[in-house]
Write a protein that binds this ligand. Structure first.
Ligand SMILES: Cc1cc2nc3c(=O)[nH]c(=O)nc-3n(C[C@H](O)[C@H](O)[C@H](O)COP(=O)(O)O)c2cc1C
Length: 176
């Protein structure tokens, strides 16, 4: 049952990857990652992050994972850059828009911008994520987000399981 959730992460400095790995280990979910075809580093790399956000750019990416459409729910984990969704995750959501099933969003940030990223994903998809949350880099690094991420994951899992249970009842004539 838990195979039906795929976690897709983009991480520049490793913090979002830590959060994604934690959720996968808590729920036995599959992890897949987004890499940039032109990796960034140093001061110019950080400038590119900012420019991506200011200009709403979609940098070229490589996706290393199973087709998202094979899963019932995809959890997107990504950093915030300049109060917006990190560019490579913007690229992924745009490219995979038609193949993405139900989506949940986890933003990893210094402290501000999580709701903007969730709103941007909703805008690209033309539908709202089933659940969204944000954690700070500090909470990931010191482990204090573990209980919250576990509860979030449990809610995502139950939302998915309840869809499987409720649908036949709603369609049954006996329920009328
Ligand atoms: C260029 C750049 C811009 C950032 N802008 C923000 C921001 O606007 N708000 C915020 O809360 N954190 C911001 N951060 C912090 C990152 O979101 C945070 O460190 C995150 O944990 C990085 O995730 P990663 O290690 O997976 O790349 C920024 C980081 C970088 C490199």
């Amino acid at each position: 049952m838990s195979k039906n959730v795929l976690v897709v992460v983009y991480s520049y400095t490793g913090t979002s990857l830590g959060a994604a790995r934690l959720m996968c280990s808590q729920h036995n979910w599959t992890l897949a990652s987004i890499e940039e075809t032109a990796p960034r580093s140093g001061a110019w790399g950080s400038w590119r992050c900012l420019l991506d956000s200011f200009l709403h750019r979609r940098p070229p990416i490589r996706y290393d994972g199973p087709p998202p459409s094979d899963f019932d729910t995809v959890v997107l984990v990504s950093p915030i850059w300049a109060l917006r969704l990190a560019g490579p995750m913007r690229s992924f959501v745009t490219l995979e828009r038609a193949r993405l099933p139900h989506v949940a969003v986890v933003s990893v940030m210094g402290g501000r911008g999580g709701p903007n990223a969730a709103a941007e994903i909703a805008d690209i998809l033309g539908r709202a994520p089933i659940m969204t949350t944000a954690v700070t880099a500090r909470e990931v690094e010191d482990g204090s987000c573990a209980a919250r991420l576990q509860a979030f994951g449990t809610a995502v899992q139950s939302a998915q399981d309840s869809r499987a249970v409720v649908r036949p009842t709603l369609l049954s004539t006996e329920a009328l």
